[in-house]
Design a protein around this ligand. Structure first.
Ligand SMILES: CC(C)(COP(=O)(O)OP(=O)(O)OC[C@H]1O[C@@H](n2cnc3c(N)ncnc32)[C@H](O)[C@@H]1OP(=O)(O)O)[C@@H](O)C(=O)NCCC(=O)NCCS
Length: 161
């Protein structure tokens, strides 16, 4: 039976899968994110029989237009094609959400590829605002609250939409 391990990894290790899955046509330098080395940042990897097959990162960062000191960003979400649909993305997300919740995080957001929107929705995220395009294609900002909704923040959200 296959052995699956989900555990914290280094930023350099995460970059390997970011490169092959998310940025195969872009220079390796583009796989480094500004807050990769922040002390609070968590990089998670999934190992299948010792082989790294998935990565995910969360860092402290407020979404554009929303001032929330307890907001975290999820990024670098990537699972090797051969093992997609096996639940590894969901399990890494749960690992990250637990980590964020333990640190008092109230919301988590991502710039999610439109092709992955259903993945985020399956995890309880909602799309916010209009679709936009980056160097890797069309995206939506997706957002999930981790605590009961804060009305003040919701008002700020609707103002910027
Ligand atoms: C998006 C991605 C990370 C999902 O990882 P995964 O391990 O295949 O996802 P899981 O198997 O854990 O699926 C979790 C849930 O999301 C759903 N889901 C995942 N990918 C989906 C897709 N492309 N379309 C529709 N639903 C999807 C699954 O049905 C599952 O729902 P369920 O648990 O209610 O049945 C993976 O497909 C991937 O790496 N894609 C290419 C890179 C990418 O787009 N990354 C996101 C960048 S923002």
């Amino acid at each position: 039976m296959a052995e699956i391990t989900i555990k914290p990894i280094s930023a350099e290790t995460a970059r390997q899968i970011r490169k092959t899955v998310l940025r195969p046509d872009q220079p390796y330098e583009t796989t480094k994110y500004p807050l990769d080395d922040d002390p609070d940042t968590l990089h998670v990897g999934t190992y299948l029989d010792g082989e790294l097959v998935g990565v995910m990162t969360v860092n402290r960062e407020a979404p554009p237009g929303l001032q929330n000191p307890s907001a975290w960003r999820m990024r670098g979400v990537a699972v090797a094609e051969k093992v997609r649909g096996s639940g590894y993305g969901r399990r890494m997300a749960q690992f990250c959400l637990d980590y964020v919740s333990q640190r008092g995080g109230e919301l988590i957001w991502a710039n999610g590829r439109t092709t992955a929107l259903s993945f985020y929705q399956a995890l309880g995220f909602q799309a916010r605002g209009e679709e936009f395009t980056t160097d890797t294609g069309p995206h939506y900002q997706v957002l999930r609250w981790l605590k009961p909704l804060d009305r003040n923040l919701l008002e700020i959200t609707s103002e910027v939409e």
